[in-house]
Design a protein around this ligand. Sequence first.
Ligand SMILES: [Zn+2]
Length: 416
Amino acid sequence: MRGSSYALNSKLKSQAIPAALFGEAPFGADPAVPPELPALAAAWIQSCNIMPGIIVQALQNAMTPKWGRTARLAGTGTSKRQSDIVHHAQPMTPKTQPTTIVYGTSAPASMASKAGQDVRITLLSDGTSWWDGGGTFGLVPRSKWSKLLPPDPNNLVPQELRCVLIEADGKHILVDTGVGNKPNDLIAAQYVVERPNGTLLEQLAAMTLAPSDIDLVIFTHLHGDHAGWATSRAAPHGDTGSVAGEIVPTFPNARYIVQQTEYDDATHTNERTRNTYFPENFVPLKKHGVLTLIDGDMQITPSIRVVLTPGHTAGHQSVIVEGFAGALGSHVPAAEVAPSPIMLLGDLAPFMIHFERLPWVTAYDVLPLVTIETKRRWQQWAFEHAAILVACHDTRVPVGKLVRNAKGLYSVEPLS
Ligand SMILES: [Zn+2]
């Protein structure tokens, strides 16, 4: 296995947005945009009619599945498990509205309706999966975590398979892709999934979005519960020229982005990591030439950057959405700067309790001591920036803000 490189205190590298991400040629420069902006970021702002200044307009209509579900699938027959991760033949309409966070513009009303001005973040889900609580909470004694998350009789606790759709800068960007629909015995045994609100693709369809509408997929990392829908088996009579049954990219017009370190580790597994990565989820992306491997922190669009947050895996990254403030920095009048950036934590903290408490680290983390240091750094950042946090597996608190209580301890206050 190759040596993994990671930098705990890496600063945002001033990298221009690579045109190769979207296969687009660079645009011309906009003299109205600050000259120190990377050229492509400036061009994006120009091309998307983005105005500086943002406000949070609306938050939440949680689609969190009900806690304390009694139906248990673990221990049932394989056929039952298999059927639970097979894509539904008929599209389902989600029973609840997804959580949506909208960053609007402070531009005059006449400008506000222009396409591309808003940054809209919608929390989606590929279902709920039940995992052993010991995996989720690692060294934390059961007597402690079970008070917060009571397990079922088999010691299982529910994990939301949360994915996030970001509509920003004229693009549809998906962060993580659930477990997907390519069941094999290993996946079926690990990921028992309940999908009362349908699959990720069905939830996108309910928003009138087809797979072909997705421009970019960002993976926090490549574990099986985050990379599943990246690829699908081609239909018997597909129109893409692919062979029936061949594994192809699910989102035919998308670029997929992951850290180089993560891809290297996912393709050079050891006895510890082998069962967490399924090559059919990501190797075909490379074969089809749609995978972009990046090294460290990077500005992806004017509104979106990724930051290396190692620990769960060495190449794990989180996503920060800062609207226009992040792109324009000090050129935005203070009153118009976004009040809060949004951080999609990924498995840096699968539940909010993991973000609140540094020693609470999952048993799946390959570098648990690194996780603690990464969390220490981002706790401070989140508190100082009053960041809106999104947890990828938390079934109770999908969105929250880090606050300090009277004792000086951090806690996450749900936003609802
Ligand atoms: Zn995960």
